[in-house]
Design a protein around this ligand. Structure first.
Ligand SMILES: *Cc1c(COP(=O)(O)O)cnc(C)c1O
Length: 383
């Protein structure tokens, strides 16, 4: 029996082991030189003036939304996202207003956003689903017309772009995840990027208990300034990244482009393989987007059947995502979103990660095709 094929898997090697060992040998594990170097390199890569490293994308979204001052205000958001993007709105005191999605990309519907803007709308959170850009031009125009902050949830989007601009760099701020399944990982970690100096400064403060000058800088200037003389102006959180994570992040950045290239190659292979299969399709690829290809989604009516079949073939799958507006905790904000309610039942993410071999991918394609042929034979018999 062949090994089970995982759904998502990080690419890690000797470079990551060395980065961790070097950091251990340095005896500086907290936020320090590795984190600073990672922030500088990430900002340059994404093309923003600032990057602030935190311990998750959830933390980045939470602090970013606090800076957007959404307290008591409405925040438009896609229902097709990880639950923490909605939780971050509530943690920042905002009121989530769920928007429906485009059926062929699962990205937020700009038409529905426009319909749901009210005088109390303060911000929008847009998730670049699977690393494929939302339609930024009309979104940015809508936001500018109504004075809204744009928070890009680029948790899937490391290395993805919209018309040559990197995801995360176009809104007021962008939030990235380095959780273990994402395109690059630090175990857990996140980054907030922005061109806005005041947002960057406030997030730097809030991520470490509201303290106004972090340890590393104090340590460096200890001769001229007493290191314990810091101040706290507002209560913050314990959200900063540490140097072990940042060292991993730097090593992962060396691989990011090559890894994303392999992801795109695998995605293209899936597209070709499923192009002429009756009853199964993949998400649309927009001409304005170069996707980072976080996940590969197939769509079909009998999603449950395909899940069971692939599971029996030793192939892991998952559903990204159960629409947020259907969760019990978000019931006070729920609404009817017909496209999301229909489409989430038709989607299944199938294995996609850089180290997936051609042979393993052929096994996945084979299993999907076998299922589809069985299903179409049955419908012929039934018809
Ligand atoms: C993973 C994910 C997050 C949360 O990232 P963490 O780093 O785990 O906090 C947020 N939004 C989306 C769309 C995600 O997929």
């Amino acid at each position: 029996m062949a090994d089970r094929i995982r759904l998502l898997r990080p690419t890690l090697g000797e470079a990551e082991k060395k980065a961790l060992c070097d950091t251990i040998d340095s005896r500086w594990l907290g936020r320090g030189p590795q984190t600073i170097a990672f922030e500088e390199r990430f900002a340059e890569y994404v093309g923003t003036r600032h990057a602030v490293a935190v311990n998750s994308a959830t933390a980045a979204l939470h602090l970013g939304l606090l800076c957007a001052e959404v307290e008591g205000q409405e925040v438009l958001t896609s229902t097709m996202t990880f639950v923490s993007s909605t939780e971050a709105i509530l943690l920042a005191g905002g009121r989530p207003v769920f928007c429906d999605i485009e059926s062929d990309t699962l990205n937020i519907s700009v038409q529905d956003m426009a319909r749901k803007i009210t005088p109390t709308t303060r911000a929008v959170v847009i998730t670049h689903y699977g690393g494929q850009a939302c339609d930024m031009e009309p979104i940015l125009k809508l936001a500018a017309d109504h004075g809204l902050s744009v928070v890009e949830d680029a948790a899937h989007g490391c290395g993805g772009s919209y018309r040559e601009q990197k995801l995360g760099s176009m809104g007021t701020m962008g939030c990235f995840s380095f959780q273990a399944t994402k395109n690059m990982t630090t175990g857990d970690g996140g980054m907030l990027v922005t061109d806005d100096e005041s947002i960057a400064a406030r997030v730097r403060q809030l991520r470490w208990c509201g303290i106004t000058s972090p340890t590393w800088e104090r340590f460096k200037v200890d001769q001229v300034q007493r290191g314990w003389m810091y101040d706290v102006q507002e209560i913050g959180w314990k959200y900063e990244m540490n140097d072990l994570a940042a060292a991993l992040g730097l090593a992962q950045m060396d691989r990011l482009e090559a890894c994303n290239e392999r992801r795109r190659e695998l995605m293209l292979k899936y597209r070709e393989a499923f192009a002429c299969i009756e009853g199964i399709d993949m998400l649309a690829a927009r001409e304005y987007a170069s996707s980072s290809c976080y996940n590969a989604v197939v769509r079909l009516d009998d999603r449950e059947g395909l899940y069971t079949h692939l599971d029996a073939c030793g192939i892991d799958t998952n559903v990204h995502f159960y629409p947020n507006h259907l969760f019990r905790i978000f019931r006070p904000y729920t609404t009817h979103l017909p496209v999301a309610e229909r489409e989430w039942q038709r989607i299944l993410s199938i294995p996609l990660y850089p180290e997936l071999t051609d042979g393993e991918q052929a096994r996945v394609i084979d299993a999907v095709c076998t299922f589809a042929e069985g299903a179409s034979r049955q419908s012929v018999v039934a018809g």
